[in-house]
Design a binder for this molecule. Structure first.
Ligand SMILES: [Mg+2]
Length: 236
């Protein structure tokens, strides 16, 4: 095993923590968002985020416009016709909080330190380059990363096997010499396997595996990550 590939959001970087804290901050400023349970607001917001995210990574909508549009839709879902200043205010409050509380997933730095002594490390992420590079820097993870491949720059997104091949090319290794670790079954596990790369499912929530032959990781913190799981292709 010469290369270990990782997803970034909710695998090495705690995106969900930032998202929930940011949404909580926005919710505190607007009665219409407090009228629904937080989890329901979170789900609705996540749906709009997902809808717009794809367009952002392929340059069909500017990032700031997408952030305002997301909140316009969220206000609309709560029955409020928000004007431009209200959506801009909510988007800015969300962004400010999201950035402030950014953190790595527990154990990520220690795990990368152990891996880095034995293999090269790549990130394969569906997002924008500067956004992801800045997250890595902010969390102190950038020094462990040999290559960062993002869909916004590659022009293809996971689960398309081509984005994994770009990472392998940059790391100078073959699919059989790499392993991919990520939290999305569809994007990370199925995508990597379609590219001929062994996959490990990062699954802290303990969800059911669609395929029991894929090893799963409940946590990145030791002792939960046996190096054999990563470096021994026969592990299961
Ligand atoms: Mg992810």
């Amino acid at each position: 095993m010469r290369a270990v590939l990782f997803d970034l959001d909710d695998t090495l970087f705690d995106h969900q923590y930032s998202t929930r804290a940011a949404l909580e901050a926005v919710r505190g400023c607007h009665d219409c968002f407090r009228a629904v349970a937080f989890d329901e607001l979170d789900r609705t917001h996540a749906r709009f985020l997902e809808e717009l995210h794809h367009d952002v990574t392929f340059g069909r909508i500017a990032l700031d416009d997408a952030r305002r549009e997301r909140f316009r839709r969220l206000f609309e879902a709560m029955g409020v016709a928000a004007d431009a200043s209200l959506t801009a205010m909510a988007a800015a409050a969300y962004r400010e909080r999201y950035q402030t509380v950014r953190r790595a997933i527990d154990g990520a730095g220690a795990l990368l330190t152990r891996i880095r002594s034995r293999a090269r490390v790549g990130i394969v992420s569906n997002n924008l380059l500067e956004e992801q590079a800045e997250k890595l820097r902010h969390c102190g993870l950038d020094r462990f990363i040999d290559t960062l491949v993002v869909s916004g720059e590659a022009g293809v997104s996971k689960p398309d096997p081509r984005i994994f091949r770009i990472a392998l090319d940059r790391l100078g290794c073959e699919p059989a010499e790499a392993v991919m670790i990520g939290d999305s079954w569809t994007a990370d596990v199925a995508g990597a396997r379609a590219a001929g790369i062994r996959a490990i499912w990062f699954n802290p929530a303990g969800r059911e595996r669609p395929d029991a032959s894929v090893p799963r990781l409940a946590s990145l913190a030791p002792p939960d990550v046996p190096m054999r799981m990563i470096f021994d292709a026969d592990w299961d």
